[in-house]
Design a binder for this molecule. Structure first.
Ligand code: HEC
Length: 183
C-alpha cells in the first residue's frame, strides 16, 4: 500500500515538473533524435555573412526570363507596334472574348465608368471622380492600342489596372468597350 502511494506521489511530482510546455527556458530541451532538424544551411530571406550583400538569397542573372514569361509579342503585351499604339487589337474578337470582356468590365470598370460606359458609375457619382464618358467622340476615336494602354497604365485620376488584369483580359475589355461604343 505504501509503495503504491509513493509511486502515485512520484508520478504527480514528475508530471507537475515535466508539464512546462510553452514556458521559456534558457536550456534547450533534450533532443535525442536530431533527425536533421538542425542543418547548417541558409534559409530564404535570411541574413548571411557569406555573400557581399548580406542576404542569403541570390538574385537571378540579369535578363533572366522565367519559363513561359517571355514577352516577345509587342502588340499583345504593350499594345504597340514599333512603339506606336496599334489601331486594332491583336486578338480576334469572338463570342467568348466578348463575354469575358463584359464580365471583367463589370468588375473593374463599372464602379467608375458605369455599365453603359457613360462615366456615371457609383464611385464617379458618389465620390465625384470625373470618370470619362466612353462615348465621347475623342474616346471613340482612340485606337484599340490607346485604350489598352489606358487600362494598363492609367490616365489622370484613373488608376493603372495592369497589375490586376492579365493582357488577354485587357484585350477582352477593349473589345467590350468597342461594343459599348457601337450600341
Ligand atoms: C477609379 C475609377 C476608374 C476606374 C476603375 C476606371 N477608370 Fe477609366 N477613367 C477614370 C477617370 C477619372 C478618367 C478620366 C481621366 C482623365 O482624363 O484625367 C478615365 C478615363 C478613361 C478613358 C479615356 C482615356 C483618355 O485617353 O482620355 C478610357 C478609355 C477608360 N478610362 C477606360 C477604362 C476601362 C476600360 C476601365 C476598366 C478596365 C477603367 N477605365 C477603369 C476613372 C476610372
Amino acid at each position: 500500500m505504501r509503495a503504491v502511494r509513493l509511486l502515485a506521489i512520484l508520478v504527480l511530482v514528475v508530471s507537475a515538473l515535466a508539464c512546462t510546455r510553452g514556458s521559456t527556458s534558457r536550456r534547450p530541451p533534450i533532443h535525442p533524435n536530431p533527425n536533421m532538424d538542425r542543418q547548417p544551411k541558409l534559409l530564404a530571406q535570411a541574413e548571411s555573412t557569406f555573400f557581399y550583400d548580406g542576404a542569403a538569397m541570390r538574385q537571378p542573372v540579369d535578363g533572366t526570363v522565367a519559363r513561359g514569361k517571355l514577352r516577345e509579342d509587342e502588340a499583345l503585351y504593350l499594345g504597340t507596334e514599333a512603339g506606336a499604339p496599334v489601331s486594332t487589337a491583336p486578338v480576334p474578337t469572338s463570342e467568348t472574348l466578348l463575354a469575358r470582356g463584359e464580365e471583367r468590365y463589370e468588375i473593374y470598370c463599372t464602379p467608375c465608368h458605369g455599365s453603359r460606359g457613360n462615366g456615371k458609375g457609383i464611385v464617379a457619382t458618389r465620390g465625384s471622380i470625373p470618370a470619362a464618358d466612353l462615348h465621347l467622340d475623342r474616346i471613340v476615336q482612340l485606337s484599340d492600342g490607346q485604350i489598352f494602354q489606358t487600362i494598363s497604365n492609367g490616365v489622370g485620376l484613373m488608376p493603372s489596372l495592369g497589375a490586376r488584369l492579365p493582357v488577354e483580359d485587357r484585350w477582352a475589355i477593349v473589345a467590350h468597350v468597342r461594343e459599348l461604343q457601337n450600341r
